[in-house]
Ligand binder design. Structure first.
Ligand code: DX5
Ligand code: ZN
Length: 214
């Protein structure tokens, strides 16, 4: 699966930018609050507008403090998958239950420095695991290959039947890095600059999809 990240799109033309990646599995929406990460992007009103503007399921990645309070609104609005950060969540199990009860898939993300062992107990409550392969906050950073060990661990847990998760990776995914992520066992690849900085985002997405095929 490919999830183009609109962080690298033109925020004044979001409907057209979504249409440019027609056929994407998910559209990745980076919500940043200038507290959990040192950047500020967009919030629930823009997500609600995007939901009306595209049929692509929205994959909302909340890089915010207090997701226990704020994440539910994205699920209730109709986001397909709502991902919160383990590092910010006070009660990740209850949070996952609330997201699912509101009709969304529940996603859990971990920063590059957070070991997967810190969330293995709660992962059975989640539908997706988003492994960050850059420090969250900005697009266009370099891929951190060292996080692939976490992907391999997650892949083993899924393949052995211990967990039922979509393994997602986010940060620095491009034509040079996607194959190694696929090899490690990623199911869903987020890509921002590699798609939206290209002259033809749809073609860039198709190229990534072909390189990820495994
Ligand atoms: C970074 C965001 C990413 C970002 C990825 O904190 O979570 O989703 O858009 O951008 P690229 O693909 O350019 O690294
Ligand atoms: Zn993201």
């Amino acid at each position: 699966m490919i999830a183009p990240s609109i962080l690298s799109a033109d925020f004044a033309r979001l409907a057209e930018e979504a249409a440019a990646v027609h056929g994407a599995d998910w559209l990745h929406v980076d919500v940043m609050d200038a507290h959990f990460v040192p950047n500020l992007t967009l919030g629930l009103p823009v997500v609600k507008a995007l939901l009306k503007a595209t049929d692509i399921p929205l994959d909302c990645h909340l890089m915010i403090e207090d997701p226990d309070r704020w994440a539910i609104g994205y699920a209730e609005a109709g986001a397909y998958n709502v991902t919160v950060h383990l590092e910010a969540a006070a009660d990740p199990v209850q949070l996952a239950k609330n997201l699912r009860a509101a009709g969304a898939k529940a996603g859990l993300s971990i920063k590059p420095g957070t070991p997967i062992e810190s969330c293995t107990d709660v992962l059975k409550h989640y539908d997706t695991l988003l492994v960050m392969s850059v420090e969250p906050g900005f697009g266009g950073q370099s891929f951190m290959a060292e996080v692939l060990d976490k992907v391999r661990t997650a892949r083993r847990l899924v393949d052995s039947g211990h967990l039922n998760l979509i393994v997602e990776i986010d940060g620095g995914i491009n034509e040079d890095t996607i194959a190694q992520a696929a090899e490690a066992g990623v199911d869903c690849f987020v890509a921002g600059s590699a798609i939206y900085d290209a002259s033809d985002p749809g073609a860039a997405m198709a190229k990534l999809r072909a390189l990820a095929a495994r």
